[in-house]
Design a protein around this ligand. Structure first.
Ligand SMILES: Nc1ncnc2c1ncn2[C@@H]1O[C@H](COP(=O)(O)OP(=O)(O)OP(=O)(O)O)[C@@H](O)[C@H]1O
Length: 895
């Protein structure tokens, strides 16, 4: 037996290659990095290496089909109707799939000659970031394709959500690339291949969570990129959308190039790029996102995240809008207050909110349906989604009109602009009317099945259907006549090869073979037990029925195409409408949640304050309450200016006392407030935060070859270089991953730097109780401790944050609570007593150099370049001398 050939030859033009195989090889050459689904009738066939890989990934049977250049060709197949499921599994396993379709009916190919091969072409390359099918998408999560570019020291991230037609582009400083990219949680990230060698870009890509796809650097060159984006949008100049930075154009250009290849030239309808500088949003880097579990838990699940706990949306699009709001909180107090106004307005109108939510519940995924139809991948059910979406808009418009007439002041801006979108313009109104009139209620999945156009909508269609159905009745009558005429128990049957025929058992049909040439019954086929006949009349009827059937299907397909085109031309409007519906849902959901948990409106301004009274952690509170326990609210007061209260709080307390919860709680309150959501607290006043950092219990990052301690230090370094006086930092147990004194020294120095240099609002939890002394030494430091009480030898956690420092960690008591065997606990107690005794005998911490005033660092020695530079007097140089000086400097400079 020949070994299967798993690598297709490079050329399709080899002698001995069958025409179909030549066609396959040609298509495969265009999609070398993807698995090729090659359509052959009712199956997608996979050949060579693709078959081997996919059969292993999907558990398909691996077979052989003929030979190629003398060797067996491995083959696997996927039925067309089950394709989506297989696609989803392949994409999830990291494959890309190119779909090669039959571009004509086999009957058309036959017209070119009996040996002609059906035309086939790749219609799409399916990748994680370009999915549009509901079955492949998470309904409540956005699926985004991002691109990253760096030009002239500036970075940009362009993001497209193909299934909703939305495009965003953000230019940012290189150091903000990670935070900017992570805010979008892309499933696929495009990068020019040269960026792989840039460490900053590499770190940002690693933290993005998406599959990284390298594209040739040439595709990011601004001139070509600009032209490609203009082609994508069908505009002559891009400037109409805004003055883009070069990096933004490059990133958008990568997206345009990728869409051109993956969508095989079919241009999606996209909204103009929304430009938002990173200055508009609260920067949250990937490590902080992970630690705060904003929209995913550390295990990558939605359940258990902040988003999942507060999400009360009733539509999938609303859930996505809320997700975006929480993932990208704003930085501008005015914008934030617009969001809060919207939530407050809906909170105060409970009846309206109830009606709004109940109407929205019936609203399907309008944006995704419109996008699929515009891309030519939609079906009748997507049209029904458009119809339902448009009629929801009408219902809501009427609902708001009846409610908002009374109040003197109209709805706040964010609600008002949604309401403006709900009023359907004549074109959308016409589309709705047409779909209501023409589309049936019970819909088939596929266009080719027909049966979705309502009777009475198109007279020609009704005529074709009547002809088809009446003829079917005549066929039934014919059966009765044939029986009485022949005396044989005929049954009229139908199959794809013979069409209609009369069937009888072989025994019953025997007399017919003896009948003379005048018999009207013409023999067609003999099976084991059955014999099949036709009559002239039946053949004629069969032709008529099939013609009428074909015509009916063709007319329906034509109607579908007209509707599809209408949707395509109105796609942008439909997207805007879908966004308005989603925004209403998200605001109403936040109001609903606020009412449920008793959340209050935060006061957000441009001060440097952070004043929370009786704050609660939304996720821990929900978990604790579900277990039947009470949650203890806690205040937290910080002031970046150091005037009203401390800037940095050292949080101590026993293990398990609630330090991490307290830290995270306050960081989450920042996120909620700046997302324009109410906050679980008695009150909150927040001076907007520009960057939020949270390091709570870093874990190993073995994939990147970093130990726990190294990871912690890398992240700490990022905070110290990036945090400003407008930032908010929560640090938990910095320095715990190394020897005690090393750790203490690092924690000490970091706290000092945050206080003196960064001047950042900081919560600093630690088991190094020595740090409590900072309160006396630095002007704007206070101590907080999470209280616990020893009661009959047991430790009772009060979860209360009180002023002052804790004296010890009660680690041994917690070990006992955790079930560490009593002999080990007893031994630990005695070792602890010894150690504490030794520490007391060997001197106090005041003796450590930590308490010496930090020495100013000695200036570094001057280099030859520094000396040469200091000797230059630019004003005294002629242009020629200046040039010579430049050359001289270049020579001295270290390369
Ligand atoms: N304010 C609170 N009210 C009620 N229960 C709380 C509160 N804060 C924390 N808890 C409970 O205490 C548990 C431990 O809290 P947390 O992990 O924050 O402690 P910790 O002080 O950081 O502990 P360690 O020092 O061991 O890391 C939480 O899982 C939660 O169940």
């Amino acid at each position: 037996m020949n070994a299967p050939l798993t690598h297709p030859p490079k050329t399709a033009a080899e002698p001995g290659v069958t025409p179909v195989m030549a066609q396959f090889l040609e298509a495969k050459a265009k999609a070398t990095d993807a698995i090729l689904f090659f359509r052959m009738g009712d199956f997608y066939e996979l050949f060579f290496d693709d078959a081997v890989q996919a059969s292993a990934a999907l558990g398909l049977a691996l077979t052989k089909r003929g030979k190629h250049l003398g060797e067996d060709i491995p083959m696997a197949g996927v039925p067309v109707h089950a394709m989506e499921g297989y696609l989803a599994r392949l994409i999830r396993q990291g494959f890309r799939v190119a779909v090669c379709e039959q571009m004509e009916d086999p009957s058309e190919a036959k017209k070119r000659g009996s040996k002609a091969v059906v035309r086939r072409d790749i219609v799409r390359v399916v990748t994680p970031g370009t999915l549009t099918e509901d079955a492949l998408l998470d309904a409540r999560g956005a699926n985004r394709l991002a691109a990253v570019a760096i030009r002239k020291g500036r970075a940009a991230v362009a993001v497209v959500e193909l299934s909703a037609g939305a495009v965003d582009v953000v230019a940012c400083a290189l150091k903000d690339l990670g935070a900017t990219l992570a805010a979008f949680r892309p499933s696929e990230v495009l990068v020019p291949d040269r960026l792989f060698s840039d460490p900053e870009a590499k770190a940002a890509l690693d933290g993005s969570g998406g599959v990284v796809q390298a594209l040739p650097q040439a595709q990011a060159e601004p001139v070509g990129a600009r032209a490609r984006v203009e082609r994508l949008y069908g505009v002559a100049v891009l400037d109409g959308f805004g003055a883009f930075e070069e990096a933004e154009v490059s990133a958008l250009g990568l997206i345009a190039a990728y869409l051109e290849t993956t969508q095989a030239g079919r241009i999606p309808v996209l909204s103009p790029p929304r430009r938002s500088g990173e200055a508009g949003f609260l920067a949250i880097d990937p490590a902080t996102r992970l630690s705060l579990e904003i929209d995913r838990t550390q295990r990558g699940e939605r359940e258990g995240s902040l988003l999942s706990v507060i999400d009360r949306t009733v539509t999938a699009a609303g859930a996505r809008a809320l997700g975006e709001r929480i993932a990208r909180p704003r930085r501008d107090p005015v914008q934030i207050n617009h969001g809060l106004d919207a939530v407050e307005w809906l909170l105060e109108r409970r009846d309206l909110r109830r009606d709004l939510r109940s109407s929205l519940r019936a609203c399907p995924d309008l944006a995704r349906a419109a996008s699929r139809l515009a891309l030519g991948r939609g079906g009748p059910r997507d049209l029904a989604a458009i119809r339902a979406g448009l009629s929801t808009a009408q219902t809501l418009s009427a609902l708001f009109a009846s409610t908002t007439r009374e109040p003197i002041a109209g709805p706040p801006e964010r609600i008002g602009s949604c309401l403006d979108q709900l009023a359907l313009d004549p074109a959308l109104g016409h589309l709705l009317g047409d779909l209501v009139d023409g589309l049936v209620e019970e819909l088939p999945h596929l266009v080719r099945d027909g049966g979705y156009v309502r009777p009475g909508h198109r007279p020609e269609l009704d005529a074709a259907r009547t002809l088809r159905d009446d003829s079917r009745k005549v066929v039934a009558e014919l059966e009765a006549r044939a029986i009485s005429q022949s005396g044989v128990a005929f049954k009229v049957r139908h199959n794809a090869v013979l069409g209609y025929f009369l069937e009888a058992s072989a025994k019953a049909a025997e007399p017919l073979f003896r009948a003379g040439p005048d018999s009207p019954f013409i023999h067609r086929q003999t099976l084991a037990n059955q014999v099949r006949f036709t009559t002239v009349e039946l053949s004629e009827l069969d032709a008529k029925i099939s013609q009428a059937g074909h015509r009916a299907l063709a007319l329906e397909a034509e109607t579908f195409e007209a509707w599809r085109r209408a949707v395509e031309s109105l796609a942008l409007k439909l997207q805007t409408l879908a966004e308005a519906l989603a925004e209403l849902d998200a605001n109403a959901a936040l109001a609903e949640w606020a009412e449920e948990v008793g959340a209050v409106r935060p006061v957000v301004d441009s001060s440097l304050g952070f004043m929370v009274e009786a704050g609660r952690h939304p996720v821990v509170e929900a978990a604790v309450k579900a277990a039947g326990d009470p949650y203890t609210p806690n205040p937290c007061r910080l002031d970046g200016s150091g005037v009203g209260c401390a800037r940095l709080a050292i949080v101590t307390g026993p293990n398990m006392a609630g330090k991490s919860t307290f830290l995270r709680q306050n960081a989450l309150l920042v996120i909620l407030a700046q997302a324009g959501a109410f906050v679980p607290a008695a009150s909150m006043r927040l001076g907007v935060v520009d960057r939020l950092f949270s390091r709570v219990g870093a874990g190993d990052d073995l994939a990147r070859g970093r130990s726990t301690f190294m990871t912690e230090m890398v992240e700490t370094a990022a905070i110290l270089t990036q945090a400003t006086e407008r930032s908010f930092v929560v640090l938990d147990e910095i320095g715990r991953g190394t020897a005690t004194y090393d750790g203490l020294a690092i924690a000490w120095a970091v706290a000092e730097a945050l206080h003196d240099v960064n001047r950042t609002r900081t919560l600093f939890a630690t088991h190094y109780h020595e740090l409590a002394r900072l309160e006396d030494r630095l002007d704007h430091v206070c101590n907080l401790s999470m209280r616990a009480r020893e009661w009959n030898g047991d430790l009772v956690f009060l979860h209360e944050a009180a002023p002052g420092a804790a004296d010890r960690s009660y680690g041994v008591q917690v070990a006992r609570l955790a079930g560490v065997p009593p002999p080990v606990v007893a031994r630990a107690k005695s070792v602890l007593a010894r150690l504490e005794g030794e520490k007391a005998a060997h001197g106090r911490l005041d003796d450590l150099p930590l308490f010496a005033v930090a020495e100013p660092a000695a200036p570094p020695p001057l280099s030859a370049l520094d000396v040469a530079l200091s000797e230059l007097d630019p004003d005294a140089l002629s242009p020629r001398e200046a040039l010579e000086a430049l050359y001289r400097l270049k020579q001295i400079a270290p390369s």
